[in-house]
Design a protein around this ligand. Structure first.
Ligand code: COI
Length: 355
């Protein structure tokens, strides 16, 4: 059965009754895929526009063996979340930023891209159509994963002749298996996530598989994730495999400056604004790995990860430990972010999109 995206709201009651809820253990959500009811799909036309999208049942898709994404990795992904409030209404957090980021990425990867309106509409529709999979307030969120990829056939290295924009969703809780426990990071000196002039600054699918080996090595040694250094000087910290990083020293909060090798996260940007509001001096700059030793606090941010305190970082074989307490700056910043999201703190910047 096929439905237009615009019809999703009216379609809802006929798909499931309001009291029908997904049979999920909401208290033990991790970050594994839990297939939901619908996905949104649209394809590009010859002039690079995207047709009106459809809500299809979540199912496998068909691809040509010579699809651009399979052969040359021509693809981008996004991540955003829908939350449920106590009144049952759903809301999104700054989905326009994801729309803009995928447009920048599409330019870099030579792909046409849906407009901001179409992107945000697709995200709204997928949240509404999968409403029963949105965890109850405080238990997690519906992680929404937009994909844009070359689905048309190519053989020689060239942009694909056709593109697919697809959005699916899964309920999620904590990203790391450690739950909310402080992260144990290791600084990676041999692998790099991105290089100058590469695609590290956009959410290209090609940035992620190459770090799997570093993650596997780190997890095998009991670490949560890997902190990468810049590939030119091997001296400045850049980002963790799945999130951005911040250092706190007194009233100064620093995060690596984005010179095209760092993904500019939506949570990163929001935390920088919140920290400024709370009177911190916020710096985006080159941060030497040696500065990790003198930081009062280190934390990570990301859509999937949220705001996660770092308990230790191992660098050049030495373990740097950070004090963890309820007074942590990152906890203060995170509770302000959550306060804005759940409506306890005024949303002065229009970050929340109620649907
Ligand atoms: C996100 O935070 O949304 C991401 O895309 C990171 C991903 C590795 C789960």
């Amino acid at each position: 059965r096929y439905y237009t995206a615009q019809a999703a709201t009216s379609l809802r009651p006929s798909v499931y009754s309001d009291d029908e809820i997904a049979d999920v253990d909401w208290d033990n959500l991790g970050f594994g895929l839990m297939p939901t009811d619908y996905m949104y799909v649209t394809k590009s036309t010859e002039d690079g526009h995207f047709e009106r999208g459809q809500l299809n049942r979540y199912e496998n898709i068909q691809l040509s063996p010579s699809a651009g994404v399979l052969n040359y990795g021509q693809g981008l992904f996004e991540g955003t979340k829908a939350y449920k409030r106590d009144n049952g209404r759903l809301f999104l957090f700054r989905p326009h930023l994801n729309a803009i980021r995928i447009q920048i990425g599409a330019e870099r990867m030579c792909m046409p891209c849906p407009s901001t309106d179409q992107f945000v509409d697709a995200v709204k529709q997928i949240a509404l159509a999968n409403k029963r999979w949105v965890p109850p307030p405080g238990k997690g969120s519906l992680y929404i994963r937009p994909l844009l990829f070359g689905s048309g056939p190519v053989l020689g290295l060239a942009p694909a002749p056709e593109y697919t924009f697809l959005v699916y969703a899964s309920p999620v809780g904590n990203y790391f298996k450690e739950g909310t426990a402080p992260l144990k990071l290791i600084v990676e000196e041999d692998f790099h996530r991105a290089s100058r002039g590469g695609a590290g600054g956009v959410k290209s699918i090609t940035n992620y598989a190459p770090v799997l080996q570093a993650i596997r090595n780190a997890r095998g040694r009991g670490f949560s994730d890997v902190l990468y250094l810049d590939s030119v000087n091997k001296r400045y910290i850049e980002e963790v495999s799945s999130c951005n990083i911040f250092l706190v020293k007194g009233k100064v909060i620093s995060t690596p400056v984005a010179f095209g090798t760092i993904l500019e996260g939506v949570t990163r940007k929001s935390i920088m604004d919140i920290a400024t509001d709370l009177g911190y001096q916020v710096e985006e700059r080159l941060i030497e790995a040696d500065e990790l030793i003198s930081a009062d606090e280190v934390f990570c941010t990301g859509t999937a990860v949220g705001v996660a305190p770092v308990g230790s970082i191992t660098y050049k074989g030495k373990r740097i430990e950070y004090k963890i307490s309820s007074e942590l700056t990152c906890k203060q910043l995170y509770s302000r972010l959550v306060g804005i999201q759940i409506g306890l703190i005024e949303d002065k910047r229009d970050w929340i999109v109620e649907i």
